[in-house]
Design a protein around this ligand. Structure first.
Ligand code: ITT
Length: 199
């Protein structure tokens, strides 16, 4: 079976990407499972640039297809912060319970209509000898007034979606994988991956 390597250190992303690609006839490996250990400097200024940097850095080390996800949370009333700095925002090693509470505190007097936010994901597919391809996905929502739910990862407990009536941490993995920014970007890439598997 052909394999595809996911160029991420984030366990939450790996779990979701493996679930979303489960229907494809391909083995999805983490960098660890592929025996690749490398620190990549994400010095791009956009999600797309960072996704390409990560995918191409790993692709140089393997003949397999490589996908990388660069994603984050844009909060409109904070000038789209934390944006591309989502993982580093308020300190890379600060627990998300603390980060999420700090965001709730910052927004405590902001009315619902000004709490709009979105998760954004750029996904890059790199393969030796082929041009790198990128796709993009978003999900619109707002920052709630309190954390809700324990599923998902990162900012999920404070990211609420009107149609759900709750946060993306308070729904099942299956539900999140139908609507998330990551699922949208990855589903758009899945057709290209399938073509390459058959080609
Ligand atoms: P890699 O670079 O190794 O993939 P990372 O966590 O550093 O891992 P990013 O630079 O793309 O990845 O930062 C993405 C951050 O955005 C992530 O750490 C979360 O804080 C947040 N994020 C992205 N998608 C999310 C989701 O589905 N739910 C909650 N938070 C998310």
């Amino acid at each position: 079976m052909k394999k595809i390597i996911v160029a991420t250190q984030n366990k939450g992303k790996v779990k979701e990407i493996k679930e979303i690609l489960a229907d494809l006839d391909i083995e999805v490996q983490t960098m660890g499972e592929a025996g690749i250990e490398i620190d990549i400097e994400e010095n791009g200024t956009t999600f797309e640039e960072n996704a390409i940097i990560k995918a191409e850095a790993i692709s140089k080390l393997t003949d397999a297809m490589v996908i990388a996800d660069d994603s984050g949370l844009e909060i409109d009333c904070l000038n789209k912060e934390p944006g591309v700095y989502s993982a580093r925002y308020l300190g890379k090693d600060t627990p998300y319970e603390v980060k999420n509470q700090m965001i709730l505190d910052r927004l405590k007097d902001v009315p619902k209509e000004e709490r709009t936010a979105r998760f954004v994901c750029s996904m890059a597919l790199a393969e030796a000898g082929k041009e790198t391809v990128t796709t993009y996905g978003t999900i619109e929502g707002y920052i709630g007034y309190q954390s809700e739910g324990t599923n998902g990862f990162g900012y999920d407990p404070i990211f609420f979606v009107d149609e759900l009536g709750t946060s993306t941490a308070n729904i099942s993995a299956e539900e999140k994988n139908k609507i998330s920014h990551r699922a949208r970007a990855l589903n758009a890439l899945a057709d290209i991956i399938k073509e390459r598997l058959n080609g």
